[in-house]
Design a protein around this ligand. Structure first.
Ligand code: PRX
Length: 699
């Protein structure tokens, strides 16, 4: 066996998606089942469509309410669903205050700084309570914030981030957290879209061994928001090392304030949590779509919190005595739902890691797991592939034991899954492969770990209370369990689903509901299947396999990037006339962007121009969007009506069959581009390819 085969890297995702073989089942261990939160298979009957929507009362009853609701689901403004109407609740109270009686001296968060010589920092529920209150007092008194105001938070993975989020939630202030790896410009665009009065940031943070400057991004963000006609009143800057300013960027007099200094005035202050209507927005989370600017997914308070609490309990199997570590960044939905709100609502201990899991070496993650005795582990296939590549034998050197592991964000290849199971999980942990999205707030498809066996490469059946259907392009239902690919939809609303796109209800309706809506006037939820935008197929056993996006969104290392966003960044480079971005299959990151550009007359191709394109992307979006290649092509393959054939470029990037190109306006360009990308010698062309690539660029 070659080394490559041993590692399973020879099995391309293309082969898996197209020639999907049934995988064997892995049953959960009896020890796992004996301690699991959910072992009662009647949950699926309880949560059947016959019992919808009242079945979700079970989830809402996991929370403390100031006032109980009178209407479980209000559909009067379909498809903007309102859950638990009439109820009053506060998310900060549910994640902090209510645990004090039993758990005040238990760690809510354990912060693990990237530098290994810095000690771990446990934060008890009492300490979290004090910090959240003091920060809420500052936001209320110093910044004048009140319920319904928006605040943008551009912070790295430090405890000050959940403290800030929970302080906002305490006041009913809507937070919009922007992933710290995003550029200042991306942050500024999100500030102006949400018209946030305030930006909260941090001076610096550690990543891969360096203390990265971060405050400079705030200046850029405020400038960009300004350009767009929105003025930020104040910028609050947390110090990564309290008492020391770690940034080289000066503070702007009258606008920028050090949070750690201001907090001294609020020492010991307590702020009563504001009882918020259940359907009041809790936060915005921006995500990429097909066209134009990122969309602010608006999540509500009561429904969202109920859904993430219940799924953290039943699917993540979190008990208060567990040590739970989700390696996602809080700047993404996974971090919101399954580092902060879900686990804390259950009084869990949630580990918060600042750095990258392969720094300074491939054993770092396992050292953390061993030292903290982590027993629930949660990460993305990209990270699993990265850890496997960097240190395939590392986990066995460390004495940790996971009872449960999660994978999220991308399809996981069965080979990679098996490494996760046997090597990382030591054959002891139950794995859940959870399929969901920023929009959906929580899991849509997954096994409930004590109830169903695992099947590598399959997300599992629908989560309790979620009722998927697969439609073909004509709107016919693909028979359940037929192994035929189509567009997966969810028949029913569920409490975790987003409420709308901030400020753009039309886009919400047209993107997610218009395609399969049975009657646009209807107030009946049955007429409004939700379209997540993924292709999927369902096997006989009811398990779903997710095949990838059906739109022009690229899933890079589990992060969603809109191709149009990348293209408009390229067009900001003065030499560039046209740009087309396509996904390329990558062994570790799943997909990476390949960029094709053509130049304006008078310019010729150069390394410098390629570099400019790369820089423009880093500045506009962030380093996560870094392209694999920038190809400066003589011309783009185009239809006679002038449309760029992205499908053809995607085929070239992935050695797939380009199909019939004779009807193009400039068919000869295809061969020129192919040679540039693949070299002069013809390469073996796959007749078929992964579902998302086959569909890519086809409108
Ligand atoms: O294509 C699906 C893929 O990630 C998309 C959602 O991305 P985002 O909103 O950034 O949320 C990521 C974390 C929830 C989906 O439309 N995706 C997510 N989970 C899976 C997945 N693809 C396959 N298997 C999964 N488990």
């Amino acid at each position: 066996m070659s080394d490559k085969e041993k590692e399973g890297l020879d099995v391309s995702e293309a082969q898996i998606a197209v020639h999907w073989q049934e995988e064997e089942y892995f049953p959960p261990s009896s020890q796992f089942i004996a301690q699991a939160n959910m072992t009662d298979s009647t949950i699926y009957d309880r949560m059947s469509l016959d019992n919808f929507p009242e079945c979700f009362k079970e989830y809402a009853d996991m929370l403390d309410w100031y006032q109980y609701w009178h209407t479980t689901l209000d559909t009067s403004d379909a498809p903007c669903w309102k859950w638990f109407v009439g109820g009053k609740i506060n998310a900060s109270y549910n994640c902090v205050d209510r645990h004090l009686k039993k758990y005040k001296n238990k760690a809510a968060l354990i912060f693990v700084p990237e530098p290994e010589e810095e000690p771990h920092l446990p934060i008890t529920y009492q300490e979290l309570y004090v910090r959240v209150n003091e920060m809420a007092a500052l936001l209320q008194d110093f910044c004048g914030l009140k319920a319904g105001d928006r605040v943008t938070i551009h912070m790295p993975m430090t405890p000050e981030l959940p403290v800030t989020m929970l302080a906002c939630a305490r006041l009913g202030v809507i937070h919009s957290v922007v992933f710290a790896g995003f550029s200042g410009r991306a942050c500024g665009e999100r500030i102006s879209d949400s018209t946030s009065r305030l930006l909260i940031t941090m001076d610096a943070y550690y990543r891969s061994g360096s203390l990265l400057e971060h405050k400079d991004k705030a200046d850029e963000a405020v400038r960009v928001a300004d350009e767009e006609g929105h003025t930020v009143e104040k910028v609050l800057v947390w110090q990564r090392y309290p008492g020391k300013y770690s940034s080289k960027t000066p503070l702007v007099e009258g606008r920028d304030f050090i949070v750690n200094d201001l907090l001294k005035q609020y020492h010991g202050k307590r702020i009563d949590p504001v009882p918020m209507p259940a359907e009041a927005p809790l936060f915005l989370m921006y995500t990429s779509g097909t066209t134009g600017r990122p969309k602010g997914c608006q999540h509500g308070t009561g429904g969202y919190l109920a859904y993430v609490t219940a799924t953290s309990k039943y699917v993540q199997d979190i008990h208060p005595e567990d040590v739970y570590w989700c390696m996602a960044d809080i700047g993404w939905i996974t971090g919101h739902s399954y580092i902060v709100y879900g686990p804390l609502s259950l009084a869990a201990t949630s580990v918060l890691f600042e750095g990258v899991p392969t720094y300074p070496d491939a054993g770092r993650a396992w050292r953390i797991a061993e030292r903290l005795d982590v027993n629930i582990f949660h990460t993305a296939p990209t990270t699993i592939r990265m850890l496997r590549k960097a240190g395939p034998d590392e986990p066995q050197k460390y004495n940790y034991h996971f009872k449960h592991m999660t994978t999220v964000g991308e399809p996981i290849e069965p080979e990679v899954w098996r490494w996760y199971y046997h090597v990382v999980g030591k054959g002891e942990a139950a794995i859940v492969d959870t399929w969901w999205q920023t929009e959906t707030g929580g899991f849509l498809c997954t096994t409930v770990p004590a109830l169903q066996p695992m099947k590598p490469g399959s997300a599992g059946p629908a989560a309790p209370g979620i009722h998927p259907v697969i439609y073909d392009d004509e709107g016919n239902e693909v028979p359940a369990g037929s192994n035929k690919a189509g567009n997966i939809c969810i028949r029913n609303p569920w409490p975790g689903g987003f409420q709308t796109i901030w400020g753009d209800r039309n886009r919400y309706v047209s993107t997610y509901y218009a395609r399969y809506c049975k009657n646009p006037e209807s107030k009946d939820w049955r007429d409004w299947p939700y379209l997540p935008g993924d292709a999927a197929m369902q096997a006989k056993d009811g398990y779903f396999r997710i095949l990838g996006r059906i739109d022009d969104v690229i899933n890079v290392a589990g992060h969603r990037l809109g191709t149009k966003e990348l293209e408009s960044a390229c067009l900001a480079v003065p030499e560039i006339a046209e740009a087309a971005v396509v996904p390329r299959v990558d062994e570790v990151k799943g997909r990476v962007p390949d960029i094709y550009v053509s130049l304006k007359p008078g310019y010729s191709a150069s390394k410098e121009i390629e570099k400019k394109v790369e820089n423009a992307i880093a500045e506009t979006i962030g380093k996560i969007a870094k392209p694999k290649h920038v190809f400066i092509v003589p011309d783009m393959p185009k239809t006679r009506s002038g449309k760029i054939m992205r499908r053809v470029l995607a085929a070239v990037s992935n050695n797939m069959n380009v199909g019939d190109v004779t009807t193009l306006a400039n068919p000869e360009v295809v061969e020129q581009v192919r040679k540039m990308v693949q070299g002069d010698a013809p390469v073996a062309v796959q007749q078929d390819g992964p579902e998302d690539l086959k569909r890519f660029g086809q409108e």
